[in-house]
Design a protein around this ligand. Structure first.
Ligand code: ADP
Ligand code: 5GP
Length: 187
């Protein structure tokens, strides 16, 4: 069985997780595709809820077993991937599958699922704001902060390839816009 899919992409710090969490908390038709990753768990995260946290060896075994719809080494030794089993499980529950993945992975999902998938790009108001938000989140080392901002500058050039762009300036406005996007896509 195939259902609809809703993809949120954008640079790290653009506010994807905040927007996606809000949508999931307020709309029972949606459900999150829990990715697998090899990066360490943050204190605020729960294994099996935010991600399936697995080792690099386990991740590579699953690549070889063909378990991923898409996967990327987003940062060095930091693998992230969408499990085919997640998509199938959520479709069986008649849910609209929601993804929060990086830009390359998102474009791969669009290629795979075509019109079934609506691709939304979450744009920060500026790179400076992105830098400030990542700093305030207190999740990064100086090196990882630098890597994320550098990657963001590149990712911003991909926005035009998405079906919709939401500028996350005032959070309240961005959340309202996201709700409207969902309303237009999910009947
Ligand atoms: P991403 O998932 O894209 O990496 P997050 O949702 O974690 O981004 O947001 C990055 C940080 O910025 C978080 O600390 C979040 O609370 C904060 N944030 C999100 N949206 C806004 C906004 N519109 N204004 C200010 N801070 C924001
Ligand atoms: P974070 O470490 O901040 O949770 O995520 C880092 C980046 O990896 C974000 O851009 C996030 O969207 C992306 N990401 C999360 N899950 C996946 C996935 O399954 N596939 C891909 N390609 N990227 C992912």
């Amino acid at each position: 069985m195939q259902g609809k899919l809703l993809l949120f992409c954008g640079p790290s710090g653009s506010g994807k997780t905040t927007i996606v969490r809000h949508l999931l908390d307020t709309d029972p038709r949606l459900a999150f595709s829990i990715s697998a990753t090899t990066r360490p768990k943050r204190e605020t995260e729960t294994d099996g809820v935010d991600y399936h946290f697995i080792s690099v060896n386990e991740f590579k075994r699953r690549i070889d077993a063909g378990e991923f719809v898409e996967w990327e080494e987003v940062y060095k030794d930091r693998f992230y991937g969408t499990l085919r089993s997640e998509v199938d499980r959520l479709w069986r529950e008649n849910k609209v599958v929601v993804f929060d993945v990086d830009v390359e992975g998102g474009l791969q999902l669009k290629k795979t699922f075509g019109e079934l998938l609506l691709a939304v790009f979450v744009m920060p108001p500026s790179v400076e704001a992105l830098h400030q938000r990542l700093t305030a989140r207190q999740s990064e080392t100086p090196e990882s902060l630098k890597a994320r901002v550098a990657k963001a500058e590149h990712e911003l050039t991909y926005a035009f390839r998405f079906d919709r762009v939401i500028v996350n300036d005032t959070l309240e406005h961005a959340l309202e816009e996201a709700k409207q996007v969902v309303a237009g896509f999910v009947q």
